[in-house]
Write a protein that binds this ligand. Structure first.
Ligand SMILES: Cc1cc2nc3c(=O)[nH]c(=O)nc-3n(C[C@H](O)[C@H](O)[C@H](O)COP(=O)(O)OP(=O)(O)OC[C@H]3O[C@@H](n4cnc5c(N)ncnc54)[C@H](O)[C@@H]3O)c2cc1C
Length: 430
């Protein structure tokens, strides 16, 4: 008898499976595609190791995923990022302030703005903001506090990158400050796992397989319940019994699996949880065109990326270079092919301005128009408290994990945090 069936072999399902296996459970992961990793999948393209768009780990060694690995007896080795840069609205390339020193020296702010920035950043670091800000938008807060010029552009870019939400009229300022506070207190913004994400996927898979199993090309079509209890799943016509079931996928995909007993309010919450979306451009370059080893931002269109192979050279063949870029966009607009194509062209032209040697150095290029980047956009209607809980009400032994449930953080970090929220919830329920 399997103790826990996990539906979905993405990075959060695998992490949770590994933690449960570490507790002594027999875990079965069922993944519908022929590969593990979900949205954190890694491919080999012409000997480049390519993530599914930009993939960094917030807070590095202080992150939830590092915490997961430590519980499994593994320490993630990180490659730190260098100075961040921004192509500002005036067309000039400037240092994008992340640390204290850059705040004082960057040309991004005027002297007056630097003083205001220092005060605000101090307040955010101390957490001197009320809970009510969670339901206030970034724009509303900027307007009320008369934040203009460089400082306004700075918070707009923080919303676009940290929250993957350039739509400041709906991004939650309270959630943004909570994330900024963690960065300011830990002194770590983002880091890259040396060797990429594939070794992490392997680590979790191997742990699960010590006593359990990971099955690919296995689509779960429905759950089985008896009374108020889930008792297993169906893969096509095969019934697989399990003591517990965890659904690990974005919440808007969940309603079709949820049994009728689940209260409507919860089902609606899952259904209407909107994800972030984006246009992803990855470039394999036949030569090195830049030494920048930090995050690079563009003010227009609001977007960011990095030369991943400058941070971890093992990702590109010797003498070549890997560049990845993400423009967060509206999740409804990205499905309109013509609109997405036009945005893509606009973004690419701006990138060619930012990096004048890029156009002639391209060996291959991948473009993705993604309606789902992160499972939830952390906006005022989708703050942590409003998202679906890890425990599914109305059905015993049924749980959720993933980057759209009620867990702290923003972007992909919600998913890594959710692993621990769901793990604790499962332990408490036993
Ligand atoms: C471009 C981009 C950039 C990102 N940047 C970052 C970043 O910098 N840092 C970060 O931490 N995160 C980042 N993320 C987010 C991160 O990738 C996700 O949070 C994470 O991969 C979600 O993992 P998951 O396992 O919850 O879901 P998924 O990856 O969506 O996995 C769900 C899995 O379930 C499978 N599945 C679905 N239905 C069934 C079924 N019926 N039966 C069996 N299997 C099923 C799917 O095939 C899939 O493999 C980024 C994402 C994108 C797209």
């Amino acid at each position: 008898m399997v103790n826990t069936i996990i539906v979905g072999g993405g990075i959060t399902g695998l992490q949770l499976g590994a933690l449960l296996a570490n507790d002594g459970e027999k875990v079965l992961v069922l993944e519908k595609s022929p590969r593990l990793g979900g949205r954190a999948v890694v491919i080999n393209k012409n000997d480049f190791l390519v993530d599914y768009g930009i993939h960094l780990i917030r807070f590095g060694p202080e992150s939830s995923i590092s915490h997961t690995c430590r519980q499994l007896g593994h320490e993630i080795e990180y490659a730190p990022l260098g100075t961040s840069w921004v192509l500002d609205e005036d067309g000039k390339i400037k240092v994008f302030p992340t640390g204290k020193k850059a705040f004082l020296t960057s040309r991004f702010f005027t002297t007056r703005e630097k003083i205001k920035a220092a005060q605000l950043i101090g307040k955010i670091r101390r957490g001197a903001f009320s809970e009510e800000l969670k339901e206030k938008s970034v724009k509303q807060w900027l307007d009320e506090n008369n934040v203009k010029g460089g400082l306004r552009r700075y918070f707009h870019l923080v919303s676009a990158s940290m929250m993957v939400c350039p739509f400041i009229e709906r991004a939650s300022v309270g959630e943004m400050f909570a994330n900024m506070q963690k960065v300011l207190q830990s002194g770590i913004s983002v880091m890259y796992p040396r060797g990429g994400w594939q070794p992490l996927i392997e680590l979790f898979k191997n742990k699960i397989e010590e006593q359990g199993e990971v099955r690919l090309k296995s689509t779960v079509t429905r759950l089985n319940t008896e009374g108020n209890k889930v008792t297993g799943v169906y893969v096509e016509d095969e019934f697989i019994p399990g003591e517990k079931v965890v659904l690990s996928m974005p919440s808007f995909e969940l309603p079709s699996y949820l049994p009728d007993r689940v209260p409507n309010e919860y089902v609606e919450k899952c259904k209407h949880n909107n994800p972030t979306a984006g246009i992803v451009l990855d470039y394999g370059l036949k030569e090195k065109i830049s030494d920048l080893d930090g995050l690079c931002y563009m003010y227009e269109p609001k977007s960011f990326g990095m030369f991943t192979s400058n941070i971890d050279p093992s990702l590109a063949p010797e003498g070549k270079q890997l560049l990845t870029w993400l423009q967060p966009v509206d999740n409804k607009k990205v499905k309109e092919k013509q609109w997405a194509k036009k945005q893509h062209q606009y973004l690419e032209n701006k990138l060619f301005n930012f990096f004048p040697r890029l156009e002639n150095a391209i060996e291959w290029q991948r473009t993705l128009y993604l309606p789902v980047v992160d499972g939830t956009e952390v906006n005022v209607n989708q703050i942590k408290e409003k998202r679906p809980s890890a425990e599914v009400p109305g059905v015993d032994n049924l749980f959720l994990v993933g980057d759209s449930i009620s867990a702290p953080g923003a972007g992909g970090d919600v998913g890594h945090e959710a692993v621990h929220v769901t793990h604790e919830t499962i332990k408490k329920s036993q």
